[in-house]
Design a protein around this ligand. Structure first.
Ligand SMILES: Nc1ncnc2c1ncn2[C@@H]1O[C@H](COP(=O)(O)OP(=O)(O)OP(=O)(O)O)[C@@H](O)[C@H]1O
Ligand SMILES: [Mg+2]
Length: 250
């Protein structure tokens, strides 16, 4: 499968601390890839470097045949329209209702101003996430799981080709986590969006993704299909997988 995003020898440090030592990884078009690894190992920094929020010290990131790392601000804006991003702890704007939250990317990134068009697009996406009619609710009136789904919807408003989710299920109860995992699968299968998720939920990563990339201390120590990664001889990968699946059995 052709990669839609390619990361090539990416390096990023903050002061004396090297976070991304040397990352080579690609995300195949049309598939779900999970990026896993211990806390503090650079997963979020990798995502932020991919979308150009952080400037890497060396290496390149490519979206199709366009180099994100070398893009000027106008080019970056254009590329970013194709890449949706859901931050870790993504929060909706508390002072805005659901309609205004979902309109925001359409107004900002796509310059859509027509009220009827904005209402139509918001109603359509709310229908799609099975939360029709909540346009006038504020985030504080929604449950945590509803807020998460609206957050995912917001990252879909610009109809991106790729969606990067940073820990969409962390902090949710297992049933809600499953709802979000299923939503990721629907985004991928029904909308044809390439999905990349950072997750601590290893069993879910194995279940829903086509590819897994294992990051540790700023390098990819294992990658491939879930089967290939499960067969990895790397001790940390083996430990991580064994612990995650053992927890399931108790
Ligand atoms: N803007 C920043 N300035 C300085 N250091 C940073 C910055 N962003 C991240 N770091 C550091 O980079 C390291 C990796 O952080 P990152 O958020 O990528 O970890 P992570 O793998 O996403 O962890 P978690 O699973 O807990 O979310 C951490 O040591 C963090 O303190
Ligand atoms: Mg993180």
């Amino acid at each position: 499968m052709k990669p839609i995003i390619r990361v090539n020898s990416l390096k990023k440090r903050f002061g004396a601390t090297t976070v991304l030592e040397n990352v080579d990884v690609d995300f195949p078009e049309g598939l779900i890839t999970a990026v896993v690894g211990q806390s503090g190992t650079g997963k979020s920094v990798l995502f932020k470097s991919i979308i150009g929020l952080l400037k890497p010290d060396a290496g390149q990131v490519w979206y199709r045949d366009k180099e994100i790392t070398g893009a000027d601000p106008d080019e970056l804006l254009e590329i970013r329209r194709h890449i949706g991003y859901s931050f870790q702890n993504a929060a909706l704007f508390d002072s805005m209702n659901v309609q205004e939250n979902l309109e925001f990317p359409l107004r900002e990134a796509m310059r859509i101003k027509d009220h009827a068009e904005l209402r139509r697009r918001v109603a359509e996406i709310l229908e799609w996430i099975d939360l029709p009619g909540i346009e006038n609710k504020t985030p504080s009136e929604l449950s945590g799981g509803m807020r998460k789904r609206v957050g995912v919807a917001r990252s879909l408003m610009t109809r991106p080709d790729v969606l990067l989710f940073d820990e969409p299920t962390t902090g949710l109860d297992p049933v809600l986590a499953e709802t979000i995992n299923n939503l990721v699968i629907r985004v991928n299968k029904e909308l044809g969006v390439t999905c990349v998720i950072i997750t601590h939920d290893i069993p879910a990563a194995f279940r829903i993704s086509d590819k897994i990339a294992f990051l540790d201390k700023g390098i990819i120590i294992a990658e491939g299909t879930p089967k290939e990664v499960a067969a990895s001889g790397h001790p940390l990968v083996r430990d991580f997988i064994r612990t995650s699946f053992n927890e399931l059995e108790v």
